[in-house]
Ligand binder design. Structure first.
Ligand SMILES: Cc1cc2nc3c(=O)[nH]c(=O)nc-3n(C[C@H](O)[C@H](O)[C@H](O)COP(=O)(O)OP(=O)(O)OC[C@H]3O[C@@H](n4cnc5c(N)ncnc54)[C@H](O)[C@@H]3O)c2cc1C
Length: 596
């Protein structure tokens, strides 16, 4: 396989090429400014939210949110993605992720920050004209204007383009008259500005509008009674003959669905770091409880069953961090290269994010499921106390559950992962077919499995990952040859392939990050963690790959393919018990996530 030491990895190419560890961004690469920004936002949130986080599990949190946003505005935090000319400090993408890991993970208040700095500003940043930006961005940055994002309707959730909200021209064509109903709108209770997706007249596709509350005709439903994130406002929004000036159409007519998709791409990868922040906090709670709770005469942290959990939790978090920041780094590098080649910086901004839409979708799924895994295991470590509404982990458990549902459900994102890769291949942007055919030929010649050149960590892990990629290509190519046009309807197969892809991307990101820290003080610990990540990836790839094959292949061909996947997903014999204990010991000694 080629390496990417000189050229930038493009979207989806992780599957076809081997990356140079030096080419991936990881949290160890944060610069002084990024570290300082994280510290100052953490200090603010520790004081204002963490110290009274119970309030953000109820209506009081919703009352506090607008004032806290204004304080954050005064301190300049809300300008993170906004150009200086509009009052912001436009940080690069990695910095935005690093900020979000702290800010968006701040209990239910994190959602208010998320909307104000991401969903509720990105449509304007990416598609607004100069007048629209000048009119609204400074107010959003200071939080004098609080915004929300209105896409979902009672009858249009995953199928967002089927929405019924409609805008018709007024008689003098100076305004649109907006009518319709939106549902589940975060921050709507305190919003002054609504980004509303609606169809103009009888259009097939959505358009997007900037709608001020002051226009009149906007009515809010009651606060939804939710399982978690109770301190975040979520309401229905009714638009009843709202007069919207024609100049408040955002972007072009019928461009709304594209706007929604591009905004969601950025939201997905930002979610990937925010849920990593939550998972780290859940690990801390679990660890501290396990150190204090004594049963059978010992702190429960000393039991192998608990250390197994701790080892797995740390490994999952390491993979989540590695994959999310790697993706952010790819986006920044692609952006810089496009600008260097003369592209307008704004075009470069959303083209670089769109380029890595597959990775953003995978990061959303892998990390939200990782978050749920870690939070759930932490709750389990608390025993009965985990089930008590008195413990923070109980709140966290309820709060975390939404993350697999919004910003595109994890089912939709799994399907998108494969769909977007195939589309890139069809457009000639990704050499999937010839690489897939080469793997098929190797399979037919009985030489599909690669052997490591030595038993070094690098050789073993990188060869293991190369074999997992071959397994994924083998399954995907066999499925597309066998099912052809029906593939789209075989969602179960697509979901299995998506599972393989995201495990491979996560494991490779973890291993490359470890190799980049080669020789550093935690190198041995990082190797242990990475081996655990790889082991889990191989196990999932075997299971998903074989189940996919059982769904469409038959007879001798099925037997041969099952056998090949079995061989390709053998990544060496690790003593996983010893590795987990080693990792757990490090976390116990440091009383928290042991890396960084
Ligand atoms: C607390 C909260 C806050 C939210 N905030 C916002 C917000 O600020 N703005 C906004 O616009 N929206 C918001 N949403 C809406 C959210 O984005 C949607 O709930 C989500 O997109 C899913 O849509 P749905 O609920 O209609 O589920 P549905 O689309 O009805 O899906 C139901 C199930 O069917 C599956 N499914 C659907 N279609 C397919 C398919 N083609 N193939 C396979 N499976 C499928 C889904 O994966 C899911 O498991 C929020 C939701 C909640 C709960």
């Amino acid at each position: 396989m080629e390496t990417t030491s000189t050229s930038i990895l493009k979207g989806g190419e992780f599957l076809l090429r081997e990356a140079d560890p030096e080419s991936v961004f990881c949290p160890e690469d944060f610069n002084e400014e990024q570290i300082m920004l994280r510290k100052s936002v953490r200090d603010f949130l520790n004081k204002e939210v963490e110290s009274r986080h119970e309030l953000f599990d109820g209506p009081k949190g919703r009352e506090l949110a607008p004032g806290l946003l204004e304080q954050m505005g005064e301190m300049g935090f809300l300008g993170i993605g906004v150009p200086e000319e509009y009052g912001g400090f436009e940080a690069d993408f990695v910095t935005q992720l690093a900020f979000g890991e702290i800010a968006y993970a701040s209990w239910a208040f994190g959602l208010s920050i998320g909307v104000q700095t991401s969903l509720g500003v990105a449509p304007l940043l990416l598609y607004g004209n100069a007048e629209q930006k000048a009119k609204y961005l400074p107010g959003i940055v200071s939080a004098e204007i609080k915004s929300c994002y209105c896409l979902t309707e009672p009858g249009a959730g995953s199928d967002a383009n089927s929405g019924k909200t409609q805008a018709v021209y007024s008689d003098d064509r100076s305004h649109f008259i907006l009518n319709g109903q939106k549902m589940w709108i975060t921050s709507s209770g305190h919003a002054d500005l609504f980004f509303v997706f609606a169809k103009i007249e009888d259009d097939k596709n959505l358009s997007c509008f900037i709608v001020e509350k002051g226009y009149g005709g906007i009515r809010l439903g009651a606060e939804e009674k939710k399982m978690g994130i109770k301190g975040s406002s979520t309401r229905q929004v009714f638009f009843e003959n709202v007069p919207v000036p024609v100049e408040n159409l955002l972007g072009e007519r019928q461009q709304g669905f594209k706007i929604a998709l591009n905004v969601l791409n950025t939201g997905r990868i930002k979610m990937a770091t925010s849920v990593t922040g939550t998972a780290k906090r859940a690990l801390d709670y679990g660890l501290n409880y396990a150190l204090e709770r004594v049963q059978f005469g010992r702190p429960i942290a000393q039991f192998g069953a608990i250390q197994h959990k701790i080892g797995e939790m740390v490994a999952r978090i390491y993979a989540m961090e590695s994959l999310a920041y790697r993706t952010g780094g790819h986006i920044d590098r692609m952006h810089d290269e496009m600008v260097h080649e003369g592209m307008d910086p704004l075009d470069a901004k959303f083209k670089s994010i769109a380029e890595f839409a597959t990775e953003c979708a995978m990061a959303k799924v892998f990390n939200t499921e990782g978050e749920d895994f870690v939070v759930d295991e932490s709750l389990q470590m608390h025993g009965g106390m985990g089930y008590s509404a008195e413990t923070p982990i109980e709140t966290m458990y309820r709060n975390a559950r939404i993350d697999r549902i919004y910003e595109g459900t994890n089912e939709i994102n799994r399907m998108l992962t494969v769909d977007m890769l195939l589309r890139r291949a069809l457009k000639g942007k990704l050499d999937l077919m010839s690489r897939g055919m080469a793997v098929m030929q190797d399979f037919q010649a009985g030489k599909v499995v690669r052997k490591p050149a030595s038993d070094s960590f690098a050789d073993q892990c990188l060869t293991g990952i190369a074999n997992l990629k071959r397994a994924a290509l083998l399954v995907a190519m066999s499925a597309s040859q066998k099912l052809m046009q029906q593939l789209e309807e075989e969602q179960e197969v697509l979901m299995h392939v998506a599972d393989m892809l995201m495990q491979i991307y996560a494991a490779e990101s973890a291993v490359l990050r470890t190799l980049k820290q080669s020789g550093g003080e935690d190198y041995e610990l990082r190797q242990a963690i990475s081996r655990l990540v790889l082991y889990r990836a191989a196990e999932t790839c075997q299971d998903a790959g074989q189940e996919a094959l059982l769904g469409f292949a038959e007879g001798a061909e099925l037997e041969a393919l099952l056998d090949a996947v079995e061989q390709l997903t053998r990544v060496g014999h690790f003593n996983t018990k010893a590795l987990r204990r080693q990792v757990a010991e490090a976390a116990i000694t440091r009383k928290g996530y042991p890396i960084g």
